[in-house]
Design a protein around this ligand. Sequence first.
Ligand SMILES: [Zn+2]
Length: 183
Amino acid sequence: MKITEEIIQAELSRCLAKARKAFLEAHWAHPFSKLTVEMLATKYGEASRDGTIRISSAFLNTPALAQLTNTLLHEIAHLIVGLKQGHNKQFRHALERLLESERLPSEALKQSIKNNTPYKYRLLAYTSAGQVLDLGGAYRRTKRYLQYKGNHSFKGIRIDRYEYVNFCSKLPELTICDENLKD
Ligand SMILES: [Zn+2]
């Protein structure tokens, strides 16, 4: 099964029905208004004060339904408790309730979304302490890193060199990456 716009809509309807059962919508900080599917560079999804939920188009054509469900419920939890709560305890409590009896997405599913981006390259940085840093996706290679002057550091450790690799290629072991995709 591959995710389509129709599947996202259907899954949203199911998640909204579940959320409305658990939390009366009249009491939601931001009542749901609409869903859009669009390019979100480094996020699975996003919620706004006007009740809009944005879902990353990177979900399309992947089998990552369990992650889609998780993301939809995550954004709905933001609408319920209010965006100004961030990811605080109240938010986590609401989300936990919404996630009851849902499947957890596997790492492989997450990877299928991660690889489904228009990025061509990934930028890696090698520090003088022997670390490799994953600096994320890039559409093109830029001079700033191709002709690196040796004047950057990471947490006080000098960066020796940069390297562009194919975005989907396997990363060197011990690569330090910030959780690239979040909600
Ligand atoms: Zn969030």
